[in-house]
Design a protein around this ligand. Structure first.
Ligand SMILES: C[C@@](CO)(OP(=O)(O)O)[C@H](O)COP(=O)(O)OP(=O)(O)OC[C@H]1O[C@@H](n2ccc(N)nc2=O)[C@H](O)[C@@H]1O
Ligand SMILES: Nc1ncnc2c1ncn2[C@@H]1O[C@H](COP(=O)(O)OP(=O)(O)O)[C@@H](O)[C@H]1O
Length: 288
């Protein structure tokens, strides 16, 4: 028996850090949405009591360090199951890129084993389990568009963003989320206005959305990796309606209402950056 799950990447339309908590995590306020750049996860039921991870990507571990492995193990341990699964990850989302590829794989495995092993858990139960794997996993369980608070694990659904094109560019560097949060001091931070971002979604106001994209982690990553700024400038020059780094980076995304403009941005990045993607937002939840 096989089960298939799509594991889409996310972008952060806004990311604000409110304060550093006593447990070492940062209290955040993030508006996130899924895009149609996705890993494909195949789960095969095994007779034996084991978890096997397979991927042709040389960038992801194929053992218990893989977040997909951890997701299956967590479900087995929580519900005391003698159950086995082979997990094949067809990796399309760049790794350590600020796009939550690993978190989305973990979330897809939570949804997948729920079906494969016939557990009947709700999306809320899966999201709650997922939060112990990583802060972004809960959001990835639901997908769609949401505001994430707490350390990122408290999710409230929002309307889909107004229709537009998204061009992503991933420079040839990986960024450690932990390092970026550690270097974030909050000094001179340019905080996005989350309320106005939510209002833009509620009123389907594309120009208000573009005016309110913002990410307080951007300046930290820009200082570590100046090439991220060059990509931002290139996208802006090519006519993007909005340009922002996603998550802890280094991927930069641009939004364009007009398809011709998105093509212009895409073409302008050729020779500048090897990994460029032309995608759309998924907007609404397809899992819950
Ligand atoms: C920055 C964001 C924005 O969506 O995404 P990415 O850039 O990783 O995609 C997230 O907050 C990342 O979520 P995730 O990648 O799941 O982080 P976790 O595994 O929970 O934590 C990795 C490390 O980041 C720091 N961390 C994470 C979340 C948070 N709210 N405060 C933190 O300080 C902690 O040092 C933690 O040890
Ligand atoms: N299934 C997976 N896909 C991608 N990365 C994974 C996976 N499992 C574990 N990792 C590890 O998680 C780290 C963060 O990866 P990823 O989720 O792609 O980035 P980000 O947190 O920037 O969105 C990487 O160092 C990678 O080795």
């Amino acid at each position: 028996m096989y089960v298939y799950e799509k594991a889409p990447a996310k972008i952060n339309l806004s990311l604000d850090v409110l304060y550093k908590r006593d447990d070492g995590f940062h209290e955040v306020e993030m508006v996130m949405t899924t895009i149609d750049l996705a890993d494909r996860i195949t789960l095969q039921l095994l007779e034996e009591d084991r978890i096997i991870i397979e991927s042709e990507s040389r960038f992801v571990p194929n053992d218990d360090r893989n977040l997909a492995y951890r997701a299956a193990k967590l479900v087995k341990d929580t519900y005391n199951l003698d159950a086995g699964v082979r997990i094949f990850i067809d990796k399309n989302i760049p790794v350590a890129a600020g796009l939550a590829g690993g978190s989305s794989d973990a979330a897809a495995v939570l949804r997948g084993v729920n079906r494969l092993w016939g557990l009947g858990l709700s999306m809320d139960e899966l999201a709650h389990l997922g939060s112990t794997i990583g802060s972004d996993v809960s959001f990835c369980v639901y997908g769609g568009t949401a505001i994430a608070t707490g350390r990122g694990e408290q999710i409230k659904e929002l309307p889909a963003p107004p229709s537009c094109w998204v061009v992503l560019a991933k420079p040839e560097i990986g960024v450690s989320t932990a390092t970026v949060y550690k270097k974030y001091s909050g000094e001179n931070a340019n905080h996005p206005n989350t309320e106005l971002m939510i209002g833009a979604l509620e009123h389907q106001d594309f120009s208000q959305l573009c005016d309110n994209v913002g990410n307080v982690l951007e300046s930290v990553t820009l200082e570590l990796h100046p090439e991220v700024r060059q990509i931002k400038e290139q996208m802006a020059q090519a006519g993007a309606d909005a340009v922002l780094m996603s998550g802890s980076g280094p991927t930069v995304f641009s939004l364009a209402r007009q398809e011709t403009r998105a093509h212009r941005i895409f073409n302008s990045l050729k020779g500048f950056c090897d990994e460029v993607y032309f995608v759309r937002m998924l907007g609404y939840r397809s899992n819950a």
